[in-house]
Design a binder for this molecule. Structure first.
Ligand code: GTP
Length: 597
């Protein structure tokens, strides 16, 4: 296609505002799919994504659109993940586009995550078109939401397109506006090749497939290419675009978006954000903004049965094939045996990995509470990073301990602002800004990342009837008075339960934690003491009282079906329990720290 007939765009939307539905509609309108194929939402390809309604991997589709001006336009839609854990992927997808549709649910209003992504788009000079979706809903209030878009984002929304992705209302208008207002790409097709990797994934048959945007030059099957990050050379074995089916064309030109396959076996060899050039023009500059994504949150993962260790390792290895941000090293816990310490981008990423391991690989495992990275400045000047509380060295040799601080932006309707402020204060937040934006307030806080990864998002949702939204990014490491809180079960320290905590919170949280554990540890035939200690001093204690014989007798009385049910339940529960000393500790107890508020 000629450059002036190409449009590269992406859709910015908060989770559930209708991005996938709209994308499907656009594909259908352009004839990319039959009605039957459409039933399967195409762009969210992983089952898990569909179930959770979350888009994780960026993907693309190339469509032909017959515009009213009589020309056929090539629309390249690049899908982006909608969650804060994946913001780097979003920024690379946006970089590959000239425009974006900002889709806002007209019955809901603007949410923090889409604001952040929208700013990224504006900073990268994209033309952003506001789109008000779900106009078919009786509670849709497009005028109010348009006003909010202007107040919060500063984007002119007086003629925002009003659509219903569900019914198809005004999709034709939307596409006309898209080709009119989003500028075509620029680029020199005769120039030296410069292509951006938007995403890479591993395919069992084809190896690594990379989604790329060509800025300059032309790339053909058989060409020799170089990856800027690794300096390695490869031969292009297949190239083309998705319609959404994979369509080999043998060539991609500047301005276009499509896939490249070059015999790469490992996604680390073609990382997101990397630049591809021709080997023969190796001095072409790297496109800006490449960074290696680093895990922010760590947790220990242990197979419930030690027989599963090898399977577990294989499963992690397979998952990592498709997830460059997944990091893992073997870990040995006194309490839980052999497992891995796994690094994630955030807690959502962690939950996704956990579910995939259980569902796709059928591994029963225990996960410890998530923790962040801490920096320790040792007396000898050495800087040590730890991501496992139980590995904290003797504090006598540590002159300073530092924790990661994030800058968090929260959007919330005015009536819940009080709740949100107390929650932030409770979590050692420092307020930087507070502003009225339309019918919402924007609060900007600096917060310890440890407090945010715990259960901050869930809490925000519950204290605002689901209306608050959150976006955050890492700022810096900062010295803090931190201590390790140990949990002892019947006098035995359980390493996998240790956590790092601020000294001022240690007593109160220790108290809450042991009480919570008491509820979660099933009663045994003997008393179980649960203690929280700091540096060997007990700060809180509770006891799980022994079962009395007659209680059991009553409970397992005559009713055999009930008895059977209970036994089945116990068996299922057992799967996710671990014997620590004489006591069985269930998965919930390991995550009790997430339920402290
Ligand atoms: P992520 O993939 O998680 O980013 O979510 P999404 O933004 O893609 O949302 P999705 O398209 O999955 O839509 C979320 C929900 O809203 C689904 O139940 C859709 O059926 C519904 N929905 C989407 N568009 C409309 C619309 O125009 N009207 C109505 N009534 N519902 C809609």
């Amino acid at each position: 296609e000629q450059l002036k007939f190409i449009r590269n765009f992406s859709i910015i939307a908060h989770i559930d505002h209708g991005k996938s539905t709209l994308a499907d509609r656009i594909i259908q309108f352009c004839g990319g799919l039959t009605e039957r194929e459409l039933k399967e939402q195409v762009l969210d390809s992983m089952d898990l994504e569909r179930e959770r309604g979350i888009t994780i991997k960026a993907q693309s589709v190339t469509l032909d659109y017959q515009a009213q001006d009589g020309h056929t336009y090539q629309l390249n839609f690049i899908d982006t993940p909608g969650h804060v854990d994946f913001s780097y992927e979003v920024s690379r997808s946006l970089y590959a586009c000239e425009g974006a549709l900002l889709v806002v649910d007209a019955a809901q209003g603007v949410e923090a995550q889409s604001v952040a992504n929208c700013y990224t788009a504006i900073e990268q000079n994209l033309e952003v078109l506001p789109v008000l979706n779900k106009m078919d809903l009786p509670q849709a209030d497009p005028d109010k939401v348009a006003h909010e878009i202007e107040e919060i984002i500063g984007l002119d929304a007086h003629d925002a397109i009003r659509v219903s992705a569900k019914s198809g209302l005004n999709i034709d208008l939307l596409l006309e506006r898209l080709v009119r207002d989003i500028p075509p790409p620029q680029g020199d097709r005769e120039g030296n090749l410069q292509a951006l990797i938007i995403d890479s994934w591993f395919d069992n048959y084809q190896g690594v497939v990379s989604l790329v945007r060509l800025f300059d030059g032309t790339l053909k099957k058989g060409d020799k290419i170089r990856m800027k990050s690794t300096g390695r050379d490869w031969d292009v074995t297949d190239i083309g675009y998705f319609t959404p089916k994979q369509n080999s064309t043998g060539i991609l030109r500047a301005g276009e978006v499509g896939f490249v396959i070059a015999g790469i076996k490992d996604i680390q060899g073609a990382p997101v954000g990397d630049t591809i050039t021709h080997t023969k023009t190796k001095d072409v500059a790297r496109l800006p903004g490449f960074k290696k994504v680093k895990p922010q949150v760590y947790a220990g993962m242990f197979p419930v049965s030690s027989d599963d260790y090898e399977d577990f390792r294989d499963a992690l290895e397979k998952l990592a094939l498709n997830d460059a941000s997944l990091d893992y090293v073997p870990e040995n816990s006194d309490a839980l045996g052999f497992g891995f310490r796994v690094g994630f981008l955030g807690t959502l990423h962690m939950e996704i990995v956990q579910e995939r391991l259980e569902r796709e690989y059928d591994i029963d495992m225990l996960t410890t509470a998530p923790t962040v990275n801490y920096e320790l400045l040792m007396d000898n000047g050495e800087l040590v990073t730890i991501s496992n509380p139980s590995k904290l060295p003797d504090m006598a040799n540590v002159s300073e301990m530092r924790e990661p601080i994030v800058r968090a932006s929260i959007l919330v309707p005015q009536e819940y602002v009080g709740n949100v402020i107390s929650e932030c204060v409770n979590r050692r937040g420092v307020q930087l800004d507070m502003q009225v934006l339309g019918s919402q307030m924007q609060l900007v806080y600096e917060l310890p990342m440890a407090e945010v990864v715990m259960d901050f998002f869930d809490r925000l949702k519950s204290i605002s009837k689901g209306y608050a939204s959150l976006d955050y990014s890492f700022e810096r490491f900062e010295a803090a008075k931190l201590v390790r809180l140990d949990i002892l079960i019947n006098g035995e320290r359980v390493d996998a339960l240790a956590l790092i905590i601020h000294r001022d919170h240690a007593h109160s949280r220790g108290r809450i934690l042991v009480d919570k554990m008491k509820e979660l540890i099933p009663r045994q035939m003997f008393d179980v003491a649960v203690q929280a200690t700091i540096g060997g001093h007990v700060v809180a204690r509770s006891t799980v009282k022994a079962l009395r014989k007659n209680v059991t007798a009553k409970c397992y009385g005559g009713d055999t079906s009930r008895k059977k049910k209970l036994l089945e339940k116990q068996k299922a529960g057992k799967k996710r329990m671990k014997q620590v000393g004489r006591v069985e500790i269930p998965q919930d107890a390991f995550l009790a720290v997430l339920k402290m508020n």
